[in-house]
Design a binder for this molecule. Sequence first.
Ligand SMILES: Cc1cc2nc3c(=O)[nH]c(=O)nc-3n(C[C@H](O)[C@H](O)[C@H](O)COP(=O)(O)OP(=O)(O)OC[C@H]3O[C@@H](n4cnc5c(N)ncnc54)[C@H](O)[C@@H]3O)c2cc1C
Length: 478
Amino acid sequence: MTYVHDAVVVGAGINGLAAAITVAQQGFSVQVVEAADELGGACRTAELTLPGYRHDVGAAVIPFGAVSPFFGEFDAARYGLEFLHPLVPAAHPLDGEEAILFERSVTDTAAGLGDDASAYRRLFTPLAAHAQPLFDQFLGPIRPPRHPLLVAGFGIPALLPAAALARASFRGNRARALFAGLAAHSTRSLSRPATSSVALMMAMTGHVAGWPIVRGGTANLITALAARLADLGGTVETGRSVASLNELPAARVYLLDLMPRDVERICSDALPSRYRRRLRRYRLGPGVFKLDWALHGPIPWKDPRCARAATVHLGGGFDEIAASEAAVAGGRHADRPFVLLVQPSLFDPSRAPEGRHTAWAYCHVPNGSLVDMTARIEAQVERFAPGFREVVAGRHAMDTSALEASDPNLAGGDINGGMFSLTQFFLRPAPRIPPYTTPNPRVVICSAATPPGGGVHGMCGWWAAQSALRTLRASRAR
Ligand SMILES: Cc1cc2nc3c(=O)[nH]c(=O)nc-3n(C[C@H](O)[C@H](O)[C@H](O)COP(=O)(O)OP(=O)(O)OC[C@H]3O[C@@H](n4cnc5c(N)ncnc54)[C@H](O)[C@@H]3O)c2cc1C
């Protein structure tokens, strides 16, 4: 058979590009095929509201930017990529008291947690001190630990429900509220096993490397990766939605930055029916309802220290956040949803006309929900920033169907590439070792539906590329 390329990658999200770069770096020819007219998938930036206001359509904050081994290998400065660090990674306002500041330093964060200061230091000082080996271990598939004691020290509390670990570790509302906000990134009920792992990982990224944004918008991260790929000789075709592997140029290996249902559809001739049945059983997580605002001025926070952070967790205390996530897990819409808000223009003036601002927010909703959460999200912002509605100059809303229309991988509005359950954490999308492989050695999956799952880290792509490289090297040797 004559091959046109060594590898064809379907989908140019962060993971598709990470896979393409990793394969091309080893001297293999790569083509990327992308359905949309621009690259990036859930990492795009666009003028969604008014001219001159640039909004991140998907990811806005890059907590894994500095800790992901894939980015560690990437020469960001050479490709004009700049991470901007807010003064503190996140703020968490509360009713009637000072906001909690989730600071870079464990000690400074603990200082704002009253009676729980020493408990917070006890939990996070050792984790922050040994964070990088833990990131190396957990930003990938399940495999024998290199540092078993360290992994056990993280893994035992990480497996607990966030509600249990918060209750066991902290006595006061402030530390429990902070922990709930961190755990709610899991998009699961905080009483589910392993939701603590998300809180611990998010806290470790913040304490070790901060939660940066990309100057000019997350799309610039993609522009930089695309430039790197071009330097390595990789090519890209946009505006081509792939319906079947058969329509693609002949390649030794196909890397699919796709959700399992699309892998199953596109590979109907290339994968056995048993494996395709497994893919059909893959579980999606809740969706999100997202708002972007063009603002006349900065958000008028009651506690002005909230302006020190790009990321703000809005949902009050532990019980309210837990109730919000439990409602979504139960298929309902919270009256007071937990809202993740980002205010990038405070740290990156290029996002808006001079003196003006942008903000980005979402709350979790049941998968496929078409309920308009605008009023409920804005009520949460107004609660902690009275007068917020008066600074809104324009808004843009995306329900789960609009998100999926913008990127087919956001199935039912799920932004994490699938349900974050214990089994799907390690064995996504189906139980195989390594999970990127399929029964066909020429078909490899590289999307967020593989470990370590959602987030802007590129590690699904990097690990999938290792599987693809095994096939390519064997083919070269033959
Ligand atoms: C609203 C929102 C907010 C988020 N916030 C954050 C955040 O702040 N921080 C963070 O770390 N993560 C965040 N995430 C999650 C993160 O963006 C994603 O987990 C990650 O970008 C997924 O990358 P991916 O490459 O796996 O998939 P995607 O980025 O979804 O890329 C898949 C690509 O494949 C293309 N494609 C699909 N089907 C086909 C086909 N048939 N043919 C050709 N091409 C196809 C799509 O068009 C898309 O470009 C957010 C996501 C969303 C949507």
